[in-house]
Design a protein around this ligand. Sequence first.
Ligand code: UD1
Length: 337
Amino acid sequence: MKVLVTGGAGFIGSHCCVDLMTHDVEVVVVDDHSNSSPLALDRVAELAGRELASYAVDVRDPAALDAVFREHGFDAVIHFAARKAVGESVEMPFEYYDANVGGLLNLLRTMRAHEVGRLVFSSSCSIYGDADEVPIREETPARPASPYARTKWFCEQILADVCARDSAWSVMALRYFNPVGAHESARIGEDPRGVPNNLMPYLTQVAVGRLRELSVFGDDYPTVDGTGVRDYIHVMDVVEGHRAALERMDAPGFRSLNLGTGIGTSVLQLLAAFTQVCGRELPYRIVARRPGDVAELVAAPDRAARELDWRSRRDVLDMCRDAWRFQQRNPQGYESA
Ligand code: UD1
């Protein structure tokens, strides 16, 4: 099987490439490196023990993407390439619609021209917004609360419409909850540019001394200890979910599936787990809520268990341990290695 992975140098994409390549899938990457390092792909090849073809291509570029499809006969595509910072999407909505919706449309156009109909699409739990019911099932009405979340929701609707009309398509949208952690080798991991937006990379950078203290965004939510609750999931579990999806794309049509653990962890609980793993207390301060944040997002993971025969296997301590090891061995990320 030969698979195109867009955004293959990014956090989830790079782990997905390693997982596929170590399971006899031939992988080709396109990535414009707008938010990823090409060095991640060298590490992927090293971990997989073989080379992979990669192209510095923006998925919105029709001619460049077409040339990649012309060179390779793909059986399927996994589409990670997108922008993902919620706050930034409020500041620059056009760029988010252009990259995320525009990128998908050009990819679909190219896939159709080359008669490739199988697609695994990166969606997000953020499409649910402030959900009325937790755990969140796929039937929970979408209420996306940011331009970023709306790009993911619109993409899902485009895909559903396309599949409804043409049985040549088989598409799975995987709605990730909060992917964290790193490959157990500590050779690849999460390496955000600038100050991290997200909790786990922020924690690891405090622990390694790059940042002074953690700001906990609010302790007055209606949750176990007042801090925000999320469904953190190990990135290797996430990518194993993609492999399970690829193996089950024979039926035409559109499906959306949550990829989560079903277990909620508060900010202070994650901090406590991380402290246990890194062996010392980390400085933190309670500050105001972050605009746009919700109290609790936890997946009902049953549909993926049923339809993909997939379940997460790694716990919060595994996630903290692997994220911490990657940060320790790569204190300044990939570029300074
Ligand atoms: C968000 C998006 C998600 C997106 C992900 C990656 C929503 C609902 N979710 O996840 O779709 O894919 O970002 O960009 O929009 N926190 C702190 N201090 C920090 C950072 C975070 O206390 O310095 C808290 C937050 O308030 C939240 C929790 O930690 O309660 C997790 O935050 P974060 O890691 O940023 O992820 P989400 O906002 O859940």
